[in-house]
Design a protein. Structure first.
Lengths: 462, 427
């Protein structure tokens, strides 16, 4: 046995040399490996009774792994933190800030957490589809409690890890049951949409959305591109407060979008990350989704509570699939579970309990609505002040009204990449290079400074 | 391939059907979506929950229960919650909390003085408990070794197969459990390791193997490690029960430490679901050991890239709890004590059940009940016998005969012993 082991070891040595593999395992250590006279720091010897075996430290299997590209959005916050200027302003990530530019934990969330702490509930696994109480209230919040799709049990709702996780479940469902089907995403859209569909191996293409000339919606382009797509494509729509542009279709435009989607037998796929944050009204912000559902269409809707309940870090959201029958909904739900189980087994409890407590309790729910209105209201005020400052300061008479027309946390300023860089390098204003600013990170006090920065970047940099 | 063609045909048929229909009524996109098979483990709990018998026993899911059959929230966890209450935790998990969690997690596995940790020669990221850590590694494996396979022991936790399959890494198996001895099939295991192509990826349970409870001895682990060196295999450990096997955290990590001594650069999935009772919070860690700190940074960036498209960032509450408990010496000591209590109760139940079966005069050898380690006992019961236990005695377990000892209590152990004896007394 001993001698066999030894011969195996010596036989193994040339094997290491021969292995080329796809990765570069190159290291000069191997050449000294075989020279036994010279003491090699990577060689350790170990006694096993009568046998002395040479055991070398492996060169890593993952030699060839390169650095992944930095995330463009999160990278902004990192750069901001590293900046020492007093004037710095973080308009990068879409996380809500108070007028004092502090993070904000909603009162209803604090209350819900206290309730949970008092109750001392256990920490058992949730079912794969998530907390039943959460799934119930989240669907009701989205569609309205009395909506036929809910009464007829035609919605398959599965708790997901916020918007990202819910989108990923849906993407996996599409890949499995509609192989080859494309997802149409707006140009531009939230950067992570592409990553999600890429990693899920779902092909995507873009439909025109943002018109730089009007800093508004390229509606004709949008309709045209949706029409031109192969039948049976999935059309990714932002339910409200489009990210990154802040430009939403009007109700009439939504009707026309629904028309063309039905005409082409596409499936609408909503990403609802800002319900309540757009207009301040939870119901109003769900009207696009409800419009489509009312037409009897089957649709997918991903939801997130990161922004509207400030539960960013708890990762709470849901994927809803509205089907034509209760049976189909049951089957779809079972398949979503089958996708979730090998991803993370079952979703996290904490955020789900908070939402279930807030949305499920009439008093807390009303309180939430008020806090929602306050948050959305602050953003509307900031938009107004920014618009006023820009209009007052801009001597060239540019029309800045798009700031007021846009809705939600973000504004697409129309600044180019170079101009956005000027915002950061000269003015210490951190934003994404596509010209997107997060109004949630802007205070009334800073509006004038920002206006100066924008005007300077716009007119003096090209 | 055939199934894929079928799916595409179905999708096209559906589309054609719709194109011909003129009504705007609800159209059925999901016609071709069948019912997924029930998860074998979760469905046991579902069946248990709907059973109204007062004698029912749930020996399905591996979640710890106290001697009254109730779920437990550890005192160290309750104390931890009070400590973190009101902490304003926003946006994605702040870098310092994440790195604290990872740092404490890897210390548990590799030992707090491990060179790797001091020199930053590892890539560590938080993960969604053990499942998430395995899936993250599987995705990473496929990305950088697209032709590779994963070798899984026979048997293993059923979800392992799902995880690597969904990550599109083909699965292979290696011998592990010997049904005759109800122990380790060591010779066959070593053969399979030897016969696998060099540089294969293997998944190993470092302690408290799930579902069998059968673990290699220390000597056997050393031999396995040596053979891995010879074959240049990649060892990936799924550590779900550290502390639960022997009651001692370091002892339960022995297998991994042996591999480390031998110079392997391993990967390890770690879960806090069982040993901290944080099941629903989904807290775990994935670590990959590297040649140097620079490579560690690169690998970590790739892992984070994968998570960004899956769920962006992990849920903070559990991470905060674990990092608080592990970095507070008092809470950490409390945890270790509570872990011992849980492990001891399981040992006691194993002995008691074993004794009871002997006393009943069972013709079978039940030594494996006390030889096997951890939460699970691979009873050796056949699917028919399991079925009888469910139907006649309202005792629930998975059909492979796996018993979760955590579900056995002082008050139900006699009933259980009787029931097992009933269905096995005639061999």
């Amino acid at each position: 046995m001993a001698s066999t082991m030894l011969s195996l070891v010596s036989a193994a040595l040339p094997l290491q040399e021969n292995h080329k593999g796809k990765m570069n395992l190159g290291s000069s250590d191997r050449s000294s490996f075989l020279r036994k006279e010279k003491r090699n720091p990577f060689m350790k010897t170990k006694s096993f009774g009568r046998i002395n075996m040479a055991i070398a430290v492996n060169t890593s299997r993952f030699e060839g792994v390169t650095m992944a590209p930095p995330d463009p959005i999160l990278g902004v916050s990192e750069a901001f933190r590293a900046d020492n200027s007093e004037m710095k302003l973080n308009l990068g990530v879409g996380a809500y800030r108070t007028e004092e530019l502090q993070p904000y934990v909603l009162n209803v969330v604090k209350k819900a957490e206290n309730l949970m702490l008092e109750r001392g509930e256990n920490k058992e696994y949730l079912p794969i589809e998530g907390l039943a109480a959460f799934n119930k209230v989240t669907a009701e919040l989205l569609f309205g409690a009395g909506n036929p799709v809910i009464e007829q049990q035609r919605v398959a709702t599965v708790q997901g890890l916020s918007g990202t996780g819910s989108l990923r479940l849906a993407a996996a469902l599409i890949e499995r049951y509609f192989p080859g089907a494309k997802v149409l995403i707006s140009s531009p859209t939230w950067g992570n949409h592409k990553n999600i569909f890429n990693d899920a191996r779902v092909p995507w293409s873009e439909y025109r959305y943002y018109d730089p000339k009007t800093v508004g919606l390229d509606f004709d382009g949008m309709i045209s591109d949706i029409k031109a797509a192969p039948e049976g494509s999935f059309v990714l729509l932002h339910g409200c407060a489009h990210n990154p542009t802040g430009i939403d279709p009007t109700p009439e435009q939504w009707e026309k979008i629904a028309d063309v989607i039905q005409e082409k037998n596409h499936i609408p796929f909503f990403d609802v990350a800002y319900q309540g944050f757009a207009s301040g009204s939870l119901d109003a912000d769900a009207s696009s989704v409800r419009l489509f559902a009312a037409r009897g269409m089957e649709l997918l809707v991903a939801q997130s509570y990161s922004k509207n309940l400030g539960l960013y870090a708890e990762r709470i959201g849901a994927i809803n699939v509205v089907c034509s029958s209760a049976d189909a909904a049951a089957r779809v739900k079972s398949q979503l579970k089958r996708i979730a189980r090998p991803m993370y087994s079952n979703p996290p409890i904490h955020g789900a309990r908070i939402v279930a407590n807030v949305v499920g309790d009439p008093a807390l729910f009303n309180e939430w609505k008020e806090e929602m209105e306050l948050m959305a209201g602050r953003i509307k005020n900031v938009r107004q002040k920014l618009f006023d400052s820009l209009s007052a300061k801009d001597k060239c008479g540019k029309d800045w009204s798009f700031i007021l027309k846009q809705i939600g946390m973000f504004s697409f300023t129309g600044l180019s990449k170079v101009q956005s860089e000027n915002m950061t390098n000269k003015w210490h204003v951190y934003m994404t290079k596509d010209g997107r600013i997060s109004l949630a990170g802007l205070s009334l006090a800073k509006c004038e400074y920002l206006a100066d920065a924008i005007i300077d970047s716009f007119h003096c940099v090209s | 391939m055939q199934r894929r063609r079928m799916m595409i045909k179905w999708a096209h048929d559906t589309v054609r059907r719709r194109f011909m229909s003129t009504s705007a009524a609800a159209i059925d996109w999901w016609n071709h979506v069948g019912h997924a098979p029930k998860d074998p483990i979760m469905s046991v709990t579902e069946a248990f929950l709907s059973d109204t018998s007062p004698n029912k026993i749930n020996l399905g899911v591996g979640a710890y229960r106290d001697d009254d059959g109730r779920p437990v929230v550890l005192q160290c966890v309750r104390d931890g919650e009070v400590k973190i209450a009101g902490t304003e935790f926003l946006e994605s998990v702040s870098a310092s909390v994440s790195s604290k969690l990872v740092e404490e997690s890897v210390k548990l596995i590799y030992g707090k003085d491990a060179d790797f940790i001091k020199e930053g020669r590892f890539a560590g990221v938080q993960a969604l408990s053990g499942t998430g850590a395995c899936r993250l590694f599987a995705e990473f494996q496929r990305r950088f070794y697209p032709q590779s396979k994963i070798y899984l022991p026979i048997p293993t936790w059923s979800n392992h197969h799902n995880i690597w399959r969904d990550a599109q890494v083909p699965g292979r198996t290696f011998h592990y459990y010997h049904p005759d001895s109800k122990g380790l099939h060591f010779a066959a295991l070593m053969d399979d390791i030897k016969n696998a192509p060099d540089h294969s990826f293997f998944l190993l349970h470092p302690c408290a193997h799930n579902p069998t409870g059968v673990d290699p001895t220390e000597e056997q682990w050393r031999e396995i490690s040596n053979l891995f060196k010879v074959k240049n295999h990649f060892p990936f450990f799924d550590m779900a029960y550290q502390g639960f096997a022997s009651g001692d955290l370091d002892k339960d990590a022995k297998a991994i430490r042996i591999f480390l001594e031998d110079g392997h650069l391993i990967g390890c999935a770690q879960s806090f679901a069982k040993n901290m009772g944080l099941y629903g919070h989904r807290v775990g860690c994935l670590s990959v050991l590297c040649v140097d700190a620079k490579q560690a940074v690169a690998i970590k960036s790739q892992l984070q890239h994968i998570t960004r498209a899956m769920y962006s960032s992990p849920p903070v509450h559990g991470i905060l709890l674990v990092s608080t408990i592990l970095s507070d010496p008092h809470l950490k000591e409390l945890w270790k004590k509570e872990l011992k209590v849980m492990a001891n109760r399981i040992h006691r139940m194993r002995s008691t059940l074993h004794e009871s079966l002997k006393k009943l005069g069972s013709p079978l050898n039940w030594d494996h009940m006390t030889n096997q380690v951890g939460m699970f006992c691979f009873s050796g019961l056949s699917p028919d016998q399991v079925n009888r236990l469910v139907k006649e005695f309202h005792i629930y377990m998975t059909y492979d005969g796996r018993i979760s000892m955590a579900g056995v209590t002082t008050s139900n152990v006699s009933y259980l012993a009787n029931a097992i004896h009933e269905v096995t007394k005639f061999g």
